[in-house]
Structures are given as structure tokens and as C-alpha cells.
Design a protein around this ligand. Structure first.
Ligand code: SME
Length: 165
């Protein structure tokens, strides 16, 4: 499937375009694996300067690796562990401009320097997380949260609407 790759000066415009493309991919999809796999592939193409993007899904009391693009990653994360476990435990987005200065960080790809994690709520609970790593320091800060949370929110609405699990 072809995705038109556009470049943007403003990162919020890039995220808005990635949101439009993600919604288009999910529009007629009813299978969560297929939907999340395609969204991770689209985000890898559309968001510049990233080396890993994908999903961790709540499975009981832990996070389990879902569809992603990038190097193989840790497949099970306990609540409170690492940036992802912190996001899942608090239910809040986490932006880490320098993962090397962050003591509670699980290194998957040594190239990663900054990371952002957005919670995905669906069916009145935390369904999982959207996790994005960049090899550039300070690529992700709190200013990136609203634009990327909009993508996580759209995924949550799609999961709620389709009822998939
Ligand atoms: N760095 C994450 C682990 C997942 S990888 O980045 C793909 C963390 O600290 O939770």
C-alpha cells in the first residue's frame, strides 16, 4: 500500500498528517494486529528521525510487545519498569529528551537517545501504549505530546468502536 511521504517544517503539521494517514489505514480495518501493524509502518515512514515505533499492550498486570517497526525489543515489561512501565502505571504520557540521563529506562536499541510514550485508552481501560524512540537527543519533549497523543486517541477510539482485542 502506498503512503505519500511529505516533509514538514513544523512537527505538529507532521503529526497531523500522520494522524490523517493512520485514520485512513484503520477506517475499514477490524483486526487489531493488522491495524496496529499498518499504523506502526506508516508512522515509521512519516515521522522523521526515529529508529523504533510500536505498541505495547496490556496483558493482565504487564505490558507485552505488539506490532512495531525497528530492532527486536524487550517483549514483557512490568508496570513501573522503564519509561513504558511508568506510562502504564501512571496512565500519563512520558517524554524523555535524554534516555541516557534517565535512570528508569530500558535500553532496547543502543541508538535510541530520546523517547516518547503515549497511553492508548479503549473500552474504558488502558489498552496499551504507543512508544517512539529517536536516535536524536531532545527529539521528543513535552511539546510533542499533544500531536502524538491525538494519534494514540484515534487508535483507542478505533479499538473501542470495532470491539477488537
Ligand atoms: N525504552 C523502553 C523500552 C521499550 S523500547 O524503547 C522499544 C522503556 O524504557 O520502557
Amino acid at each position: 500500500m502506498e503512503i505519500e511521504i511529505r516533509t514538514f517544517i513544523d512537527r505538529s503539521d507532521c503529526y497531523a498528517y500522520a494522524l490523517t494517514q493512520s485514520k485512513a489505514l484503520l477506517e475499514n480495518e477490524t483486526d487489531w494486529t493488522a491495524g496496529l501493524a499498518n499504523v506502526s509502518a506508516a508512522l515509521k515512514l512519516l515521522i522523521p528521525d526515529i529508529n523504533w515505533v510500536g505498541f505495547y499492550l496490556m496483558r493482565g498486570a504487564e505490558l507485552v510487545l505488539g506490532p512495531f517497526q525497528g530492532k527486536p525489543a524487550v517483549s514483557h515489561i512490568a508496570l513501573g519498569s522503564g519509561v513504558c512501565g511508568t506510562a502504564a502505571q501512571s496512565g500519563q504520557a512520558q517524554a524523555v529528551p535524554d534516555v541516557h540521563a534517565c535512570c528508569n529506562h530500558i535500553a532496547c536499541d543502543l541508538a535510541s537517545s530520546s523517547e516518547i510514550v503515549l497511553p492508548i485508552y479503549a473500552q474504558n481501560r488502558l489498552f496499551g501504549l504507543l512508544d517512539i524512540d529517536s536516535p536524536k537527543r531532545s527529539q521528543f519533549t513535552a511539546t510533542d505530546i499533544p500531536g502524538l497523543q491525538a494519534i494514540a486517541d484515534a487508535i483507542g477510539r478505533w479499538i473501542t468502536m470495532t470491539g477488537v482485542e
